[in-house]
Design a protein around this ligand. Structure first.
Ligand SMILES: C[S@@+](CC[C@H](N)C(=O)[O-])C[C@H]1O[C@@H](n2cnc3c(N)ncnc32)[C@H](O)[C@@H]1O
Length: 389
């Protein structure tokens, strides 16, 4: 259930069709989904205590929404080397995307969202999270992204924002890169023919046609556009656009479909499945990355990029986490002991110091280090360090 606070309740009660019916008001001045209003709504006013997972209720939960609505649409574009997620919020889709790539960059205008994602995905050294300005992606290298993903966010982005992001796509997409973008189609409808209070805060200046044309002007091609009746049966309020570079392996004439059954058939089907079959387990990792940890070289590259972005503390912690993961503490402890026993106690101490820094909870290493330091003291006792096992 939604738990918005304050004024956004009025404009956002229909962010998602969770069963609330629209209601006309006479005196409320509905805000437009400008960049400024998006920033204050999601950055300050929205109650994120459910991480946005409440928006998946109609599907029977986040897992069922991912596996029945999202994954079937992007399955042909993953796994991907490098994925960019625009506007992840509190990581509802990041959780799944992280298993489908070697590197995941997430960018949101809301600082709270990025802070939350950094904490939520702190074990995932291959995720880099950035606060963005809502229109540009300077933290993303040119020609580097294999898949851009954005869902349930850019529906609130007006034409100026969409045009700026499309311009960035033309710079950052790899030669066979592809973007899956969920955006508004409200501009296709004449103002006055709909109740502006009942369109889920969709951007009135954006349509499928506008995105297709803007993309074409930037050397990109729309290869698929699915217009979707979001939260209703008659108005194709939204569109899922797949965009690629002209000439890429995914390039083809645009395939445009009108999905009027999204809210009445597709979502209820997912919900029915959810009442019969359990969701995927959070501890199970899917995709190519399953069971795999990021390699040290990749973590090193990430850390250097973080340094370039002026974030030395996060660079240090990325490398620290990776080295901690990469080292077998038992083997390093035994190496230190054997090094000491073969006469090089200075080197043994250095190795143990590094181990204790990375694994302060490793008791044998801490005891061996203490013993060696003790022996080094002039009046040292005779405790001899032991191989751990
Ligand atoms: C409704 S939430 C959805 C979050 C997430 N996609 C999900 O489905 O759970 C919208 C998110 O989009 C972000 N956002 C809105 N406009 C944006 C823009 N122009 N650039 C980046 N993020 C934006 C907001 O800060 C917020 O986190």
């Amino acid at each position: 259930m939604h738990r918005p606070r304050g004024p956004p309740l009025e404009r956002l009660r229909h962010h998602h069709g969770s069963g609330l019916k629209g209601r006309r008001r006479l005196s409320i001045n509905l805000s437009v989904p400008s960049l400024e209003n998006n920033t204050s709504t999601w950055g300050k006013e929205w109650d994120w205590s459910q991480r946005g997972e409440e928006w998946s209720a109609a599907w029977g939960g986040v897992s069922h929404q991912w596996w029945t609505t999202l994954f079937p649409r992007i399955q042909g574009y993953v796994p991907a080397g490098r994925i960019l997620e625009i506007a992840p919020g509190y990581g509802r889709w990041t959780h799944f995307l992280r298993d489908l790539c070697d590197e995941l960059i997430i960018v949101d205008i809301a600082e709270n969202a990025i802070e939350y994602c950094r904490e939520r995905f702190r074990e995932d050294a291959h995720i880099r999270a950035h606060v963005g300005d809502g229109i540009s992606l300077p933290m993303v290298t040119s020609d580097s992204i294999d898949l851009v993903f954005s869902f349930d966010s850019l529906v609130h982005a007006e034409a100026d924002v969409m045009r700026r992001y499309l311009g960035e796509l033309s710079r950052i997409l790899a030669s066979d890169g592809v973007a899956f973008l969920h955006h508004s189609n409200l501009e296709a409808y004449e103002p006055g023919t709909y109740d502006p209070d009942n369109v889920h805060w969709r951007a009135p200046t954006v349509s499928a046609a506008l995105v297709e044309q803007a993309a074409a002007g930037m050397g990109l091609t729309c290869v698929s556009q699915e217009k979707v009746a979001w939260g209703n049966e008659t108005m194709l309020l939204d569109c899922f656009s797949v965009i690629t570079r002209a000439g890429s392996q995914f390039d083809r004439p645009n395939v445009v479909v009108e999905n009027f059954g999204f809210a009445t058939q597709e979502i209820p089907m997912s919900h029915r499945l959810s009442t019969q079959y359990p969701p995927s387990r959070p501890e199970i990792r899917f995709g190519d990355r399953a069971g795999e940890t990021i390699n040290t070289r990749q973590a090193h590259a990430n850390a250097l990029e973080l340094l370039e972005c002026g974030e030395p503390e996060r660079a240090r912690s990325t490398l620290h986490d990776q080295m901690r993961r990469a080292i077998d503490p038992e083997a390093l402890n035994d190496l230190a002991v054997l090094t000491t026993q073969s006469g090089d106690s200075e080197a043994g101490i250095d190795l143990l110091r590094a181990l204790v820094r990375l694994h302060p909870d490793h008791r044998a290493a801490a005891e061996n280090l203490a013993a060696l330091l003790d022996i080094q003291r002039p009046s040292g006792c005779s405790t001899v360090p032991n191989v751990a096992r």
